[in-house]
Design a protein around this ligand. Structure first.
Ligand code: NI
Length: 171
């Protein structure tokens, strides 16, 4: 396995719609393994392919932070098929290092996806896992959490990004 480089906003790949995954082959399995390793290493709970400069529709997640194998899930070609309720809370993103901002999301999400072998499955999640699924599926559509903020919060976030970029920690 290998650690992949996580790209930071405003890399164009983060703002592009990912292509559907068509080949469920060894290359896909390796990419997924590397994405898990990269996500755990960066202490994130989700990582989408565009964040490692691969413009395809897939992401990995583990809201247990490696504590519970059943929460380690790869979702290929995810599609949100149902949402319900709402939650409002802090959100971060590995492509926005050091930036946390309140974002409104649905409380519950049902997502249909394929596993690394191409088998279709559905995942019905709430709370943090729903926030994660919605955030990462957005990445597959070229949408970043900045786009989900209110206008005021987005302006504040952009100012903070400019300050962080000046520190050199954001490239
Ligand atoms: Ni993100």
């Amino acid at each position: 396995m290998a650690l992949l480089k996580i790209v930071h906003y405003p890399e164009p790949v983060l703002l592009s719609v990912g292509k559907p995954v068509e080949n469920f082959d060894e290359n896909l399995k390796k990419l997924v393994d590397d994405m898990f390793e990269t996500m755990y290493s960066a202490k994130g709970v989700g990582l989408a392919a565009p964040q490692v400069a691969v413009s395809n529709r897939l992401f990995v997640m583990d809201c247990s932070g490696g504590q519970d194998e059943s929460e380690k899930i790869a979702l290929i070609n995810p599609e949100i098929i149902h949402v319900e309720g709402e939650q409002y809370g802090d959100e971060g993103c590995l492509s926005f290092p050091g930036l946390y901002q309140k974002v409104q999301r649905s409380l519950r999400a049902v997502v249909r996806a394929q596993d690394v072998d191409g088998n279709e499955f559905e995942l019905d999640v709430e709370d943090l896992a729903a926030r994660c699924v919605l955030h990462e599926t957005d990445h597959c559509d070229g949408i970043v959490f900045l786009d989900r903020m209110t206008t005021l919060k987005r302006q504040l976030a952009k100012q903070k990004i400019k300050r962080l970029q000046k520190t050199g920690k954001w490239e």
